[in-house]
Design a protein around this ligand. Sequence first.
Ligand SMILES: NC(=O)c1ccc[n+]([C@@H]2O[C@H](COP(=O)([O-])OP(=O)(O)OC[C@H]3O[C@@H](n4cnc5c(N)ncnc54)[C@H](OP(=O)(O)O)[C@@H]3O)[C@@H](O)[C@H]2O)c1
Length: 288
Amino acid sequence: MEWNISSKTVLITGATSGIGKATLMDLAKSGANVIFTARDVNKAEAVLKEAKELSKNENIEFFEVDLSSFKSISDFLTRFKEKFHNLDILINNAGTWNMKLTLTDDGIEKTFMVNYLAPFYITHSLLPLLFENIPSRIINVSSAMHKGGKINLDNLELKNHYNGIQSYSNSKLMILMFTIELAKRLKDKGVYVFAVHPGLVRTGLFSNFPKPLRDLFLMGAKTPEQGAQTSIYLSKAKDIEYLTGSYFVDSKPTDYLYVADNEELRRKLWDKTIEYIKKYIKDFEPLV
Ligand SMILES: NC(=O)c1ccc[n+]([C@@H]2O[C@H](COP(=O)([O-])OP(=O)(O)OC[C@H]3O[C@@H](n4cnc5c(N)ncnc54)[C@H](OP(=O)(O)O)[C@@H]3O)[C@@H](O)[C@H]2O)c1
């Protein structure tokens, strides 16, 4: 199938640092029309300037959004949809890792919100734009840490006995299960969905770790440019549509935790997630 990145419109969440920034730089150099999100406008301005200079591509812009706030996401979606009416690639890249229990202004555990509820909500809201440009793609940045994840539908936020490693792992399992379930629901509809583990990458993700633990954890870690390769591959590769719903490591479909194949659990998680979102976004109605 013909797939030329230079004619594509791409939205990347969290491209002010790390893997997202490296993905942005590469896709901008390839001539794509790249939009990224940022919570810090100063950082975003600097990245925008660097990206335009490096790529000689003027079709790059950013939108401010704090992915830990439903209000902020909702405002962003309104502004984005006013300006863009179609989209080829959505890369749900932004992520956080909180070692201590941190609640958002909405009172939701932050890792769960940023890594899972936010991409779920954004993806559903932008599906009409992705339908406009079929074949289109959604790339969800998960992690090999999903293998330590557990889904307890009555305790998704771990608020009572918080454990930062468990919370992060759970969020990455949830985004993987979302990927598989969404791919299934979008079968034959022209929107293809992939999950990624970028590898262990030296980025700001570990800034909440105590320093000795961070140094130990990051021994032998990849650079952000190396870590971005699988997201870049999935953005550019031709003829990968038949692999929709797959989990990619080093640009290859790879086995994931067996729990993610539990269709009943995936559906229950999906329904529970919609319940969560509806508490904050009253008119939220998923298309699939
Ligand atoms: N690094 C690894 O070893 C590794 C391994 C597996 C998976 N991952 C995943 O890779 C993705 C990218 O992470 P990274 O390693 O590149 O880390 P990073 O350098 O910390 O980048 C994370 C990005 O997300 C943004 N972000 C975080 N919280 C946000 C919020 N509340 N609202 C808006 N934006 C927010 C950050 O913005 P700021 O610049 O303002 O902080 C940044 O742009 C994440 O999903 C992560 O879980 C990373």
